[in-house]
Design a protein around this ligand. Structure first.
Ligand code: ADP
Length: 396
């Protein structure tokens, strides 16, 4: 009798969506078999799954909202039905914050879950859904190994100074630190750089993860030394609906002088600001690039201004700049934002080939000109590949 080869499920559970990928392990190498998502759980849920070549395997929608538990259960049933010849052995979960306890991915047990529960108040937008999915799968199938892969883990290499706020030190002991996020994406980029550009891999590189959430990371020799996000995923760059860096007195002023509640301010700075708030139009960069209104242009200009300003902070923190990497939705697909960002950093010796930037082709591409003092790359990110790698390493 042949023993079925192992397969791994990677889950990225959000407040209204669950994204998933199935990896089969051959020769100790996890390879993606399929991926998909269940979106719009709070309204009219939509399910779509595609195989590794992008061919649609299933697509459906519903009129009534679905509970997250229902979504996770049906995803598990779907991947089991499609894991032909493979045996699902482990589930890797994206978890936003693992704190100082977890500088690496970890196999989940009750002790781990109680540490993760303690961090819920710091990331109420993400952490509860992620923990709920872990607990649910533990109940459904206790034999599956559950691995938590943290967005904060990659940044635990930062120096003590880069991790601090100028508050009395007792607050640091209560979790008020610059945790940093998008670590799974930065981890992936740091594994690609040695193959693509060994000089940058060993040097000082600012990676710009520009998706609906956006941050940058200053890598020194492939390790995180600085990141623009801090205590929560709000700080730093302007994002789809989040403000990015904001004087905390603004929040107090809105509450104490303008009569807003703390919940109102939370909604304003997390869900109603950023590209959406400034443009008054959309949180999607594609919509703003196609729009002709002055406020849409202002939103794009502010996005680029804050990106260049934060890059300057990163350069000072890591004491130099050998390279820039663009990644995630906007970084990978918007030639115009890449061009504007590089133009805003021309003073630092950044120059890209305009034609190549317009049509870089699929996959990783070096965009900088031969005489640019800074190497500029577009590298598509793959957070699931990092989850699969770590899940396999801890469950094999
Ligand atoms: P997340 O995983 O954080 O939801 P992504 O990395 O998928 O985000 O990025 C999503 C964002 O990327 C979209 O909101 C949109 O603003 C932007 N985006 C995607 N494609 C393009 C494009 N062709 N041009 C400009 N922006 C794009």
């Amino acid at each position: 009798m042949t023993i079925a080869k192992p397969a791994l499920l990677c889950l990225n559970t959000g407040s209204s969506s669950v994204k998933f990928s199935l990896y089969a392990v051959d020769d100790h190498q996890p390879q993606r078999v399929l991926s998909g998502q269940m979106e719009g759980l709070l309204g009219q849920p939509r399910f779509k799954a595609v195989d590794a070549q992008g061919t649609i395997l299933d697509e459906r929608c519903w009129d009534a909202p679905k509970r997250r538990a229902e979504a996770v259960e049906s995803i598990l049933a779907f991947v089991r039905a499609h894991a032909c010849g493979y045996r699902l052995t482990a589930v890797g979960h994206r978890v936003v914050l693992g704190g100082i306890e977890y500088p690496n991915a970890v196999v989940v047990n009750d002790d781990v879950l109680s540490v993760l529960d303690r961090y819920v108040p710091i990331v109420p937008s993400h952490q509860p859904a992620e923990i709920e999915a872990i607990r649910l799968l533990c109940e459904i199938d206790p034999d599956l190994t559950q691995v938590a892969c943290f967005d904060s883990a990659f940044h635990r290499t930062k120096s003590e100074l880069a991790d601090m706020y100028a508050l009395p030190l007792r607050y640091r002991d209560r979790g008020i630190r610059r945790w940093g996020f998008h670590g799974l994406s930065y981890d992936y980029i740091s594994t690609q750089l040695p193959k693509l550009d060994p000089v940058l891999a060993n040097g000082k590189t600012v990676v710009m993860h520009l998706g609906s959430g956006a941050s940058l990371c200053g890598l020194v020799g492939g390790r995180s030394a600085y990141t623009s996000m801090g205590f929560s995923p709000l700080d730093g760059l302007m994002m789809g609906t989040r403000t990015g860096s904001l004087d905390p007195m603004i929040a107090l002023y809105l509450i104490q002088q303008l009569g807003m509640t703390a919940a109102d301010v939370e909604t304003l700075i997390i869900k109603e600001s950023g590209l959406l708030g400034v443009s008054g139009l959309s949180n999607d960069m594609r919509d703003l690039e196609n729009a002709t209104t002055r406020d849409a242009q202002l939103a794009i200009d502010l996005f680029v201004y804050m990106l260049a300003r934060e890059t300057g902070a990163a350069m000072a923190a890591i004491q130099g700049l050998d390279g820039i990497v663009f990644t995630a939705g906007i970084g990978e697909h918007s030639a115009s934002i890449r061009a504007k960002a590089c133009q805003a950093l021309a003073w630092a010796g950044v120059a890209i080939d305009a034609l190549l930037n317009q049509s870089p082709g699929p996959g990783a591409c070096k965009l900088s000109t031969a005489d640019s003092r800074v190497g500029v790359w577009l590298i598509p990110t793959d957070e699931e590949a990092v989850i699969a790698r770590d899940t396999w390493a801890l469950s094999r």
